[in-house]
Design a protein around this ligand. Structure first.
Ligand code: HEC
Ligand code: HEC
Ligand code: HEC
Length: 178
């Protein structure tokens, strides 16, 4: 009896292993395929709607800073990459939506998009990099502000970009004001 069951199980082992190999391959290919459509150059230059966003990003602390690390569009505008599947699905959804709007959506309204982003960009996206806010030796009012964000005491949630509106795009310069 036991032998029979074992035999049956063994019969399926190769299929099981093949399944795993297939899944791993898919995972790798997906990663490779996503790479070129994740760069700021792709995001910023593939369609005219993003031109302003790209140029103002290049002038921001995240596009150019003293440590020379360029924070990419997807780092802020999509859920953190560590959450692989959430990231991929959000990317596919937003990509499809942008493409649709590009072709059928009529005039691009930068100001409206700006408001949409300001209303929706979650703290989580910023915190995936800035997880050391309270460890830094900041001035006391900055510390207080960040304490409020990280340890909310009531139902009210402070959001990073309420205070740091221009972090992703330097809009102060007249050239790029919307
Ligand atoms: C540090 C985070 C951050 C990065 C990096 C970033 N953004 Fe943004 N983005 C924001 C925030 C915050 C807003 C809303 C405030 C504003 O518009 O300045 C925004 C607004 C936008 C908007 C709507 C307004 C507009 O200009 O049309 C677009 C489109 C956009 N970003 C695209 C991009 C692209 C493309 C890149 C990369 C080249 C990028 N973003 C990089 C945070 C970021
Ligand atoms: C992929 C990592 C990453 C993400 C995501 C990210 N940042 Fe940054 N941020 C950086 C780096 C790198 C710098 C430049 C560091 C420096 O100049 O010391 C920076 C600089 C800053 C600064 C200026 C710091 C200074 O000393 O002047 C602020 C403010 C800031 N980020 C806020 C945000 C906010 C708000 C978000 C979310 C909308 C965000 N960041 C998303 C990596 C990131
Ligand atoms: C209530 C307002 C407020 C909120 C909300 C806020 N900050 Fe700040 N933050 C400040 C002020 C003020 C400064 C100091 C002035 C500056 O450098 O722009 C600062 C400075 C920073 C700096 C520079 C380093 C430092 O500690 O001085 C970073 C990075 C930063 N904030 C990231 C964030 C992130 C990420 C969030 C969301 C989790 C956030 N902030 C939410 C007010 C705020």
């Amino acid at each position: 009896m036991l032998k029979k069951v074992l035999k049956k199980i063994l019969k399926y082992v190769p299929i099981f292993v093949l399944g795993i190999v297939f899944a791993v391959l898919c995972f790798l290919m997906l990663n490779i395929a996503m790479e070129p459509v994740s760069t700021p150059e792709y995001c910023g230059s593939s369609c005219h709607e993003m031109g302003n966003a790209y140029q103002s990003w290049e002038l921001s602390v995240h596009g150019a800073n003293r440590i020379g690390y360029r924070v990419e569009c997807v780092d802020c505008h999509l859920p953190p990459k560590e959450k692989f599947f959430t990231h991929i699905f959000a990317k596919a959804y937003k990509g499809a939506k942008d493409t649709y709007k590009h072709h059928f959506g009529g005039e691009y309204d930068g100001e409206q998009q700006r408001e949409n982003v300001l209303a929706s960009l979650p703290n989580e996206n910023c915190l995936s990099c800035h997880d050391d806010l309270l460890k830094k030796p900041s001035r006391s009012f900055v510390r207080k502000a960040h304490l409020k964000v990280l340890k909310p005491t009531d139902d009210f949630e402070y959001r990073c970009i309420e205070c740091h509106e221009n972090v992703g795009h330097e809009r102060e310069s007249k050239l790029f004001s919307p």
